[in-house]
Design a protein around this ligand. Structure first.
Ligand code: SAM
Length: 276
């Protein structure tokens, strides 16, 4: 409707206050209301930029009822900006309910680009960026967690996981026992003073982060690099090598893996590759 307000989805910094776009600041300055996951948290950001606006809380415990109220506000011609404590709203943060309802009601939804820990970690991981999946937090419930870990075993795309400091060691242990050893980057405190990247494999990460550590973490894991049995059973040795190389492996790594799959000496696979 012409006189309805617009729902803006506004990303906010994930640590460094400067990581907010000019457009987001303008939207925060011009909307009628800001719906925030934690108003005490958002007020600090607004104060930093000299913005003063009516704030209402919108968090996981009042998502349903608040969404209805926000829709009414929008239909009264007022514009609303949705923010979470950090990063993109709706990405492991509240907002899904409101956006769905707004779309169903025909209200205009405008997403603004900006920071999110998942992509920030991914691009600095050195792990394949062409295809990836985002898992957010692994479920705490044992059965659900096991189900997701089982699914991730065969996931070929890069995997991005969020974790809190007190569950980091357990999650690394669970990942190692389910997925086996593979490349990982543990990104810690992105955009903050103590930002660091631990580029290693799951086994070393497990040792390194065995004690409780401080900070916020994103785990970026290599997808499953092993060709499925049925994928290589009908292949020639050379095509089998090429299959591994097409996933980004060097020739020598590919030869090592083919030798292991086929239970052949490496030298024989190597000879095959050279002969052809
Ligand atoms: N909406 C946020 C986003 O777009 O990234 C995510 C919110 S989620 C509740 C919080 C989790 O995101 C943290 O536990 C951590 O896994 C990750 N995270 C957020 N900020 C981070 C940072 N500066 N460094 C590393 N991880 C971060």
């Amino acid at each position: 409707m012409a006189n309805w307000g617009i729902l803006y989805l506004c990303p906010t910094p994930i640590g460094n206050m400067e990581d907010i776009t000019l457009r987001t600041l303008n939207v925060l300055k011009t909307v009628d209301v800001i719906a925030a996951e934690d108003t005490r948290h958002t007020i600090k950001l607004l104060n930093h930029y000299g913005i003063s606006k009516p704030l209402i809380s919108y968090h996981e415990h009042n998502e349903k009822s608040r969404s209805q109220e926000i829709i009414k506000t929008l239909k009264n011609g007022k514009s609303v900006a949705l923010v979470s404590d950090a990063g993109m709203p709706l990405i492991s943060d509240p907002g899904q309910e409101l956006v769905k309802l707004a779309i169903d009601e025909g209200i205009k939804v405008v997403p603004l680009p900006g920071p999110s820990a998942a992509l920030t970690a991914l691009i600095a991981s050195g792990i394949a960026t062409r295809r990836f999946c985002f898992e957010g937090f692994l479920p705490e419930n044992k059965k659900e967690r096991q189900k997701i870990l089982e699914e991730l075993k065969s996931e070929r795309r890069t995997i991005i996981i969020y974790e809190s400091p007190h569950h980091l060691a357990k999650t690394l242990r669970d990942l190692f026992s389910s997925l086996g050893n593979r490349k990982i980057t543990v990104a810690r405190e992105l955009t903050k003073i103590h930002e660091e990247f631990f580029h290693a494999d799951l086994r070393s990460a497990l040792e390194h982060f065995s004690q409780e550590v401080k900070g916020e973490f994103v785990l970026v894991l290599d997808g499953n690099q092993e060709p499925a049995q049925e994928n290589w059973n009908n292949l020639s040795i050379l095509d089998h090598i090429n299959l591994y190389m097409s996933s980004g492996m060097s020739k020598m790594e590919a030869i090592k893996n083919v030798a292991r799959d086929r239970n052949m000496p490496k030298s024989e696979v190597y000879k095959h590759a050279i002969d052809k």
